[in-house]
Design a protein around this ligand. Structure first.
Ligand SMILES: Nc1nc2c(ncn2[C@@H]2O[C@H](COP(=O)(O)OP(=O)(O)OP(=O)(O)O)[C@@H](O)[C@H]2O)c(=O)[nH]1
Ligand code: SF4
Ligand SMILES: [Mg+2]
Length: 403
């Protein structure tokens, strides 16, 4: 489980004022010297990430942050990074000095409440400060405390753990019957990494195997032949978005088909919202700004999907001169008001909370958001067909189309 992708792990952020003992607490509960600690305020600068298996919860990642209360210029830079952690934290551990809840603690509690992120209070430095109240008391410098504290922490985490972590929505296992056949079309072009498949494809294959289905994986050049060779039609065909028009054109209408990125729209985001967002494409006007958000920071290749193809297809479909901006990694603009559309990648490297958080920020700013798979399928005129496996999203699409 140590190799579970980070995006599938429960993200637990340690937050609090400087010097409250966040890094010491992380070292205690992880049982390792993961983070540097010291008596100087402002020891932790960048967010420190540590993946771990925390049974019975499963795979988690700790996010140790820089503390609040460092007023220097460098401190402000660190605080910006700490605040970004709100975008991906599933649970926050508020590390306090004893049971002291002052202005810094209140600030974290209120930011977490706004975003509906559950908070567990840790009353640290129990050997120095009073700890009565609704928190877990601990002396993080005493390793003999580890088992008791970890036990209490696991109980508290299980109580507040988001439902979608405990039972995440299926990737595709529910779209074919037990014993069913899923065919996947994976183009092996110069964009494909050497010697391996990319994460969304690997996860989709694994999900079918977990759900007792069998999988055939073909290049688009072999697809038609592979279909002809099937005694019984596959229950589902899934393709890379780049060949979605080819797949739809070559798939009999009675066979369900969709794209990897649309599967991820459901797993990581809110497929209905992303379908609603795609409707904004037709209303784009000259000079409108579109944001393309890609969660990997890979080097763009010559005919890159996010940098080149989607912009080209958007301009071709709308016939308008659009201003297209790009962001990568965990960056997402604080002010979205200038945008008329946001196109998010499949987000296979993001946890669900981060994608949902982007969707809700767009919603608050009144900006439509869609994702690569939904957007490309709309641009190629095949969205209705590839939404067939998802009846409620298909219904929403038809409602929008029929005005
Ligand atoms: N007595 C006592 N000291 C502690 C405890 N936890 C941490 N400390 C000490 O408090 C100081 C700060 O600890 P850190 O773990 O670096 O605190 P932090 O919150 O990560 O600090 P920043 O990185 O500046 O945000 C260190 O000298 C620790 O040894 C505790 O439970 N009891
Ligand atoms: S760009 Fe997005 S969808 Fe593609 S691999 Fe990275 S996180 Fe996954
Ligand atoms: Mg620290």
């Amino acid at each position: 489980m140590e190799t579970s992708p980070k995006s599938l792990r429960l993200h637990i952020a340690l937050m609090g004022r400087v010097n409250s003992g966040k890094s010491s607490f992380l070292n205690l509960v992880s049982g390792q010297d993961v983070a540097v600690t010291s008596a100087y305020a402002g020891t932790t600068t960048d967010v420190v990430e540590k993946a771990q298996e925390l049974l019975p919860l499963g795979p988690i990642v700790w996010l140790d942050t820089a503390g609040l209360g460092d007023e220097t210029a460098l401190g402000n830079e660190r605080l910006t990074k700490t605040h970004k952690v709100f975008e991906r934290a599933d649970v926050i551990l508020l590390i306090c000095e004893g049971n002291k809840i002052g202005a810094y603690e209140d600030e974290i509690l209120s930011d977490a409440a706004k975003r509906q992120i559950p908070v567990i209070k840790i009353f640290n430095k129990a050997d120095v400060y009073p700890t009565t109240g609704d928190g877990i008391s601990v002396n993080s410098t005493d390793v003999s405390e580890r088992d008791r504290v970890l036990g209490e922490l696991k109980q508290a985490l299980l109580k507040v753990c988001p439902e979608d972590f405990v039972s995440p929505p299926p990737l595709l296992g529910d779209l074919a019957p037990l014993g069913g056949h899923v065919m996947m079309i994976v183009p092996i072009d110069y964009e494909a990494p050497k010697g391996r498949l990319i994460l969304p494809q690997v996860q989709a294959i694994r999900d079918c195997l977990d759900n007792g289905q069998y999988v055939t994986v073909v290049k688009e050049t072999d697809y038609v032949r592979a279909l002809e060779n099937c005694k019984k039609a596959p229950d589902l065909v899934v393709c890379d978005s780049q060949v979605v028009d080819f797949m739809v054109a070559n798939t009999p209408s009675n066979i369900l088909c969709t794209t990897f990125s649309i599967l991820f729209a459901r797993l990581k985001g809110d497929i209905i919202k992303l379908v609603e967002g795609a409707a904004a494409i037709n209303g784009l006007q000259n000079g409108d700004k579109v944001l393309i958000a890609e969660s990997c920071t890979h080097h763009a290749v010559e005919d890159d999907i996010g940098r080149v193809k989607i912009p080209r297809w958007l301009q071709a479909k709308t016939g308008k001169e659009l201003e297209i901006n790009h962001v990568a990694g965990h960056d997402f603009p604080a002010d979205l008001a200038a945008y008329k559309l946001v196109v998010q990648c499949g987000g296979c490297m993001n946890n669900r909370r981060e994608v949902l958080s982007r969707i809700s920020r767009c919603e608050q700013a009144g900006v439509p958001i869609t994702n690569y798979g939904v957007c490309i399928s709309e641009l190629k005129g095949v969205l209705e067909k590839v939404l067939e496996p998802f009846p409620s999203a298909l219904q929403k699409y038809r409602e929008i189309k029929n005005g």
